[in-house]
Design a binder for this molecule. Structure first.
Ligand code: NAD
Length: 334
């Protein structure tokens, strides 16, 4: 039995988490859940959006399944998602996006896995007012060789392990010559250690166009934090939206699995939310802890349910509530 810290999260978090736990249980997942709080829920309950008790549980158990957390815009506390990634050095953010049965999009045969550097770039938290009247603000895009080696190495290792053919490195080294220039330089060096994997680099604006013009040409993609944030949402859009994409945040010792979407306050508490993204994240977690067969069983069931539009939630044009969709996935397993 693996012990996994469970943070249901804010907004739609508790609803989609309940559906996911029921499905994992029905599939026979051997997981002992250790419940913890973070985000707005924790802030309202204890005055601290990231309580020490939660950090201690993550330190001890090392694996986390997390619902979305609300971040106040403009002022208030810093993003707890970013804090968790930095606190546990979860340097790889891995976001698979693939075409799904029954999901009607203009894009066919998408099957890419995006690796986003998760701790640096413009998310380093190095920001300051550059003058006293606050009319000039500066944010530093920190890039180090070590973090670049970590994420690019992880992308190539993943490509090797999963028999992927190509790695595309995305940068803006024509303008940000030092920071993303360093990222590109490290990529060029690491690529030479993997002669069996095709390697290319693309400038981020070109990448955005190519992903829309011809997304099936991409296989494994690796990039810096901000570009990865934007391109991974673009990738989600190619395959049907944020309700359908899971993600893994992996470091050397700790790993956190979460949906790509946010806490969707506009539909929270209405039983409408789509739990598929968190479910795909839970499948990534099951693979990480060696319960691949359980993950595969759930994955096959999701494919069957998605093919039946009526069984899907409203964001996919269906009629099901969160709970009814979850029950359909369970029924499709038997
Ligand atoms: P959002 O992803 O919460 O919502 C965007 C749109 O997508 C909304 O219309 C919402 O209803 C819909 N949507 C999202 N998830 C859905 C689901 N599972 N099923 C059906 N529809 C879904 O983005 P936002 O509104 O920009 O952000 C809301 C809050 O979430 C903010 O506080 C933001 O900081 C936070 N956020 C958290 C994470 C995270 O925890 N990893 C990621 C992104 C945003």
């Amino acid at each position: 039995m693996n012990q996994v810290v469970l943070i249901p999260g804010d907004g739609i978090g508790p609803e989609i988490t309940a559906a996911v736990l029921k499905i994992l249980d029905a599939a026979g997942a051997q997981v002992d859940w250790v419940k913890a709080e973070a985000g707005m829920t924790a802030f309202e309950n204890s005055g601290n959006p990231l309580p020490e008790e939660t950090l201690a549980k993550i330190r001890e158990h090392r694996i986390v399944l997390k619902g979305p957390l609300t971040t106040p815009v403009g002022s208030g506390f810093r993003s707890i998602n970013v804090s968790l990634r930095q606190e546990f050095n979860l340097f790889s953010n891995i976001r698979p996006a693939r075409s799904l049965p029954g999901i009607d999009t203009p894009f066919k045969d998408v099957d890419l896995v995006l690796f986003r550097e998760n701790t640096q770039g413009l998310y380093s938290g190095i920001e300051r007012w550059a003058n006293e009247d606050h009319t000039r603000a500066e944010s530093i895009a920190l890039i180090t060789r070590e973090a670049s080696e970590n994420i690019i190495g992880a992308a190539f290792d993943y490509a090797t392990k999963h028999k992927r053919k190509k790695v595309t490195l995305v940068h803006k080294a024509n303008i940000l010559k030092l920071s993303t220039g360093l990222f590109l330089k490290v990529g060029n060096e690491i690529a030479q250690q993997y002669p069996d994997i095709e390697y290319e680099d693309l400038i981020v604006d070109n990448m955005a166009m190519q992903m829309v013009m011809n997304p099936s040409r991409f296989d494994v993609v690796v990039t810096t934090n901000l570009f990865g944030d934007i391109l991974s949402d673009l990738a989600s859009g190619l395959v049907g939206g944020l309700g359908l994409t899971g993600s893994a945040n992996i470091g050397r010792e700790h790993a956190m699995f979460e949906a790509v979407h946010g806490s969707a306050p506009d539909i929270a508490g209405q039983g409408k939310a789509n739990p598929t993204a968190l479910l795909f994240s839970a499948i990534l977690m099951l693979e990480h802890i060696g319960q691949n067969d359980v993950g595969a069983r759930i994955n096959d069931a999701i494919m069957k349910v998605l093919a039946d539009k009526d069984a899907c939630t409203a964001d996919l044009g269906g009629k099901s509530s969160t709970g009814a969709y979850g029950d359909a996935v369970i029924a499709a397993m038997s």
